[in-house]
Design a protein around this ligand. Sequence first.
Ligand code: ANZ
Ligand code: ZN
Length: 875
Amino acid sequence: MRYDPKKIEAKWQKKWLAAGTYEPDLKPTPLEVRRRGRLRSRGSRDGLLARCAKKPFYNLMMFPYPSAEGLHIGGMRTFTGVDVYGRFKRMQGYDVLEPIGLDAFGIHSENYALKTGRHPLTWAKIAEKNYYRQLGMIGNGFAWEERLETSDPDYYKWTQWIFTAMFRQRLAYRKKQAVNWCPSCKTVLADEQVIAGECERCGTKVIQKELEQWFFRITKYADRLLKNLEKLDWSERVKAAQKNWIGRSEGAKLRFNVTSLKFKDKKTIEVFTTRPDTLFGATYVVLGPEHPLIVDLASSAENYHEVEKYCKQARNKTEEERVSAGKEKTGVEVRGVKAINPANQEEIPIWIADYVLGGYGTGAIMAVPAHDERDFEFAKKYHLPIRNVIVPESLQKVVRNAEDIAMGAESEITIKADCWIGGSVLKDSGEFTGMDSEEAKWTITKFVGGKRVVQYHLRDWLISRQRYWGPPIPMIFCQICHKKGKGERRDMPGWHTVPDHNLPVRLPFVKNFRPTGTDQSPLAAVASFAKVRCPSCNAWARRETDVSDTFLDSAWYFLRYPSINSVRSRKMPWDPAITKRWLPVNMYIGGAEHSVLHLLYARFLTMALRDARKLSFEEPFGIFRAHGLIMKDGAKMSKSKGNVVNPDEYIRAYGADAMRMYLAFLAPFEQSGDFRDLGIKGITRFLERVWKVMEHQEDKGKKAKSKKDAEEEKLLNKAVHRAIKKVTQDIESLHYNTAISALMIFLNTLEEHQHAVSEKHKEAFFKLLAPFAPHMAEELYQRTAETAAPGARRGFKSIHKAQWPTYDPRLLHEDTFELIIQVNGKVRGRITLARGASEQEAIKVSSHLERIQPYLITPPKKTIFVVNKLLNFVL
Ligand code: ANZ
Ligand code: ZN
């Protein structure tokens, strides 16, 4: 029979589904159930014990958001790559849970709906069907019964519940802040939707708009998020990205008094600096255009209108435009007022410049142009004084530390002679002259009455979206309660959470779901939705009509999966007993592009829920590995280039097994790889050879063994164990490509000694092949078993639940070893000998060596011999 993937793949997919091969029993152990007083009879307890998972292993990939194009080949590589690992663990005896679902809510789906003029609800259904069809084809061991979609009211009920939990914990709050706004799409954009200052959808320049929004206080967890990183077994590049994003800076807050005759009370400007040691070099102060003091200052400034105009302009720029190194710096001096440098009482000018951001530190800086590149550039442009207060080190190069290099910095940077940014020894700094920078930092801070502080770059998570396709934020604002100062939280009078029994707040069907262009979501126009009774005083109140960020949907989905079919999941977001057994996730795999958004949000939420005593752990993912990306013939895939690989077509042409194997073969899983049609053909040929070797054996009868056969069998045994060792180790480290190479070598050996191949060898081969080509492995395994003992097997025992083969290290011992030859303890040569060679043999062979002979003109005093290792001539 010819190898026909189409036939066997569909067949086994159906069979596995029917047999529930990939559905672990998720129920908690009887003991756990009994503790909750729900289990009565003994009989049912034993039944439960027999079935429940003994070694839970939660194997998870980031769930996809449905896009118009369907499953991308890169996605297929990730999913099947994760599945290789899951299948491997399952065969090692773990009860593997590998769930799947869709991140169906969110701006991606809504944008697509907008583009096609379809309603998101309609489009979501189409996308869902298409995705699940594709995900069904790739041959993964998914636990289909646990699937979920974030746009399902049964799911987002709990997303909303989490919001209320955050509110009760004072981790949700409202604040007015400048947000990204696309004037063409008339909507707020998430940071990640702004690409180089432009709207990712239409390319229009994004501006900043002041809006009052909901935030989650992730900054409260900055330190914990950072500290825990050390304990996590995650891809280093992802940890480095999180560390950088959290951006911990140690520095000081220093106060500069402001001189102006017009002020009755004394005004001060507080700055944040990481370099208080350079205070004597501060020759001006800069306020960001958002600084609250500007209003006061401007009134006494001589150039009031100029200042006002500048600040207004700055607000229309994106942060990127303001801070990126290439952009020319702009600013305006506030004339008529001065700041006083607290170190030397010198009067220095006050400037406003947009390279200082309102949202970081104190929103104001002391400028030290001699030692800060941005200040240097600015001072040059506006002819401000530059005062050197640090002795530059003689060397002109700074070697960056390993961390910076990991983040992509050049390993060495050449310092501009006139702007030395490093630390060293102070000069021209009064009594601190000669002091070391590090010491001076804190001594000077103390001297001027400053505060030592830690700042983080991490900002609070903006949750509100003035969009349609997301879960409505479950809050109600009551004007009457507000006036009376009543509410669930004293700091937010008038605000009430929607009571639990009224969740979910269903997303109403809105025909015109287009963003409105005002600062309101389309839901605000739906009176029947927006108008609601106050849960506290029953007066007419207003519902929050913004929806939450789609990253909130995906920040907790892994908690829901295992519990989704539990009865208790109707009353709770997750079943605590099940959660206890199955979480944290054992292995999580996804894209490095999610390093700082999804992965940080999920960690934060888990910590917050743990602090609210809703979870018993604070880190959601034990191991995280970032996968590599896929190119096509050396180029990035894109529709315009016409080089997009459509998994459907390829699976139709070559089969899922060949695709899975090729995607695993093309590079180590964590690295990027290049997809070539030639490559998939190569793998297909490999699979055809496998098929042939195994088939060939099937019609071979038993015959007596010759001596040659026995020798061949020994050789084959060794090949088996070598392959088992290599494949096991390589799968464990996600080096699937080399595991497959080992299988190829193994196949060569089997082909060479075809007539000596036994059931045992074949079985081992199938098992090693199973994670990669699950359908073929199952087909051949079942056939071989049937041929070996026709009709003997009762019921279906999948290869994917069979025991992973183990190897015997003794068999792998080589027959030879390398003898080290020493003369007076010094290594003088090496020679290969048969294992177990005697001292006499070793002496005989060694003393004939060209390099050794000259030493042995007179016989050695004695020899020291270590079996299988070393021979030392002592002269
Ligand atoms: C004086 C100084 C002298 C500085 C010097 C640096 C070098 P990180 O490491 O990112 O925390 N800064 C403070 N607040 C800022 C803001 N809101 N917008 C833009 N820049 C701001 O950077 C801290 C340094 O960035 C601070 O230390 C401050 O400049 C600047 F030789 O103060 B420094
Ligand atoms: Zn009220």
